[in-house]
Design a protein around this ligand. Structure first.
Ligand SMILES: C[C@H](O)[C@H](O)[C@H]1CNC2=NC(N)=NC(=O)C2=N1
Length: 97
C-alpha cells in the first residue's frame, strides 16, 4: 500500500510524539488518568474524533489506565492517518488531565 510509512518514517514521526512508541506494525501510548470517569471521558472524546476522521484506535481500558494503539488496519501498517490520530489523542489527554 502506497501510504504505508517506512520504519525510518515511523521513527521520525515518533520523534515528535514523545509519549508514543512503536514500529511500522503500529504505534502506541499508555496513559494513566486520575480516575476511571476521567479515563472514560478521554475514551468518549477520542470516539468523537475517531468518527470524524473515520479512523479508530484500538483501546485497552484497565481502571484508569488506557492503552491506545494506532494502525491502519486496511493498509496493514502505520500511515499518516495514525500519526494524525495520535496527535488528537494527545490533545484530548492534555485537556482532561
Ligand atoms: C469503512 C471504514 O472507512 C473503514 O472500516 C475504516 C474505519 N476505521 C478504521 N480505523 C483504523 N485504524 N483502520 C482502518 O482500516 C479503519 N477502517
Amino acid at each position: 500500500m502506497a501510504d504505508l510509512l517506512t520504519a525510518e518514517a515511523v521513527r521520525e514521526e515518533l520523534g515528535g510524539l514523545t509519549e508514543w512508541s512503536g514500529d511500522p506494525t503500529g504505534i502506541g501510548r499508555t496513559v494513566q488518568l486520575g480516575s476511571f470517569p476521567d479515563a472514560i471521558a478521554v475514551v468518549d472524546r477520542v470516539a468523537v474524533v475517531a468518527e470524524r476522521l473515520d479512523h479508530h484506535p484500538d483501546i485497552d481500558i484497565r481502571w484508569r489506565t488506557l492503552t491506545f494503539r494506532c494502525v491502519t488496519h486496511s493498509a496493514g501498517g502505520v500511515t499518516h492517518r495514525d500519526v494524525e490520530l495520535a496527535r488528537h489523542i494527545d490533545d484530548i489527554v492534555r485537556s482532561v488531565r
